[in-house]
Design a protein around this ligand. Structure first.
Ligand SMILES: [Zn+2]
Length: 423
């Protein structure tokens, strides 16, 4: 993992945020290649989920919403982690992680738990800590003006459900998709960009008929459909099959709103298989809640059956940053060449930040002219790079590390027979 982190910095994929001020834990910046990789992920997701389906509409909702949204969603009351403080060294820990590491129950922490930092047995009882970032709207910092940075993008979809359904004249089943930033004040951000405090989500809320409406596909069937479809998407993105698997959630780990959930897991170099994408059957919890708290009718009237009901929801939810990390880990390769270790990133061309590099073999005017021409033509449609400095071997090496799939070399034969060498 250390090698991947250092490659990401060296090549301009990912930097620690505010690095010149020693950083800020849980925040990251995406450099020139990182932003291209993320943009490619988002563009392909949007194309496959929104553009290529007539039953899905897109949305870009606000990051800060009326706090009632988070009351209705349950986040103000239950979006918490249990925390314990060490009274000796003043450090803070996740109670569930600490209990697991020390093989004790959470309720035993106060009596038996040991501080992982200083070793003293001076831990407090676990306390609930809300993960939402708080801020104030308007010039006065008072309770009435408290607002939150959204901890997930999907609530923006639920609160716009009526607007979108009516303006786009959508009939069940249909989906609403959104890509956007979300924020969680994680207690222990960890594993590079795997769990950070600011991240970007790609979420689809798929609205379907409730169970037992005649002749309509049930939520359970749609759950299976999206489970399968999302795995196929990850394979299409070029992730190796052996590094992906499903993991069903146990009943005890389901969120308060979910009836079933499955993760598509990726085999990360730290700690093995971990969640890449989550697919949840959220039932009609969210629409019902928002309907109740807002007093607006968010039910669906089905002309065919003459029934009125709340639509049920299947949600595939994927983090852009986590997807970028999985793609980088999956692409990372090392081999031996002439006694030296060569590092390269083997991306599928669709996700690779730079699609091609164009080199003239030497700085000969003729070669440079032809290479520049090829570069400028490709540049109209793709992000490509031009490099004439250093030996060809060294230039190849630079592109290998950046993950560029194609290198185009113009040599002395090129001007004679109008051919180039593609590697
Ligand atoms: Zn301590």
């Amino acid at each position: 993992m250390d090698k991947i982190v250092s490659l990401c910095k060296r090549k301009g994929y990912i930097f620690q945020d505010s690095e010149i001020y020693n950083g800020l834990n849980g925040f990251w910046d995406f450099g020139p290649l990182g932003v291209e990789l993320k943009n490619n992920i988002k563009r392909i997701w949007w194309r496959d989920i929104v553009h290529r389906r007539e039953d899905v509409a897109g949305l870009d909702s606000s990051i800060i919403n009326n706090p009632k949204v988070w009351e209705a969603s349950g986040h103000i009351n239950s979006f918490t982690d249990p925390l314990v403080d060490c009274r000796n060294c003043k450090q803070r820990f996740r109670a569930d992680h600490l209990a697991e590491d020390q093989s004790i129950a959470e309720s035993e922490i106060f009596e038996k738990g040991q501080c992982p930092a200083c070793g003293k047995k001076e831990l407090t009882e676990p306390k609930a800590f809300n993960l939402m970032f708080k801020t104030f709207v308007g010039p006065v910092e008072q309770d009435a003006s408290v607002a939150y940075l959204r901890p997930e993008t999907c609530q923006g979809i639920f609160i716009n459900y009526n607007n979108i359904r009516q303006s786009s004249r959508l009939k069940l089943p249909f989906g609403i998709a959104q890509i956007g930033k979300a924020f969680r004040n994680e207690v222990n951000p960890r594993n590079f960009i795997f769990r950070s405090r600011e991240f970007e989500q790609m979420e689809l809320e798929w609205f379907c008929y409730p169970p037992r409406i005649e002749e309509q596909q049930s939520p359970d069937d749609w759950f299976e459909y999206w489970k399968k479809s999302r795995m196929e998407w990850h394979l299409k993105m070029g992730i190796q099959k052996d590094n992906l698997r499903y993991r069903d959630h146990e009943a005890t780990e389901l969120s308060h709103y979910a009836k079933a959930a499955v993760d598509v897991e990726y085999n990360f170099p730290f700690g093995g298989f971990k969640e890449l994408e989550g697919i949840a059957y959220r039932t009609d919890f969210d629409l019902k809640q928002h309907s109740q708290v807002s007093g607006k009718d968010m039910q669906y009237f089905d002309e065919q059956s003459g029934q009125k009901f709340f639509a049920h929801v299947i949600e595939p939810s994927l983090g852009v940053d986590r997807m970028a990390l999985a793609l980088i880990c999956d692409a990372y390769q090392e081999d031996e060449q002439e006694g030296q270790t060569r590092v390269y990133l083997k991306f599928s061309p669709a996700v690779a930040p730079v699609k091609a590099a164009v080199f003239p073999l030497t700085k000969d005017e003729k070669l440079v002219g032809m290479a520049r021409k090829i570069y400028e033509r490709l540049q109209e449609d793709y992000l490509v790079t031009y490099d004439e400095s250093g030996s060809i071997g060294r230039r190849y090496r630079r592109q290998d590390e950046a993950g560029t799939p194609f290198c185009i070399t113009v040599d002395f034969d090129s001007s004679e027979d109008q051919t180039v060498t593609i590697r």
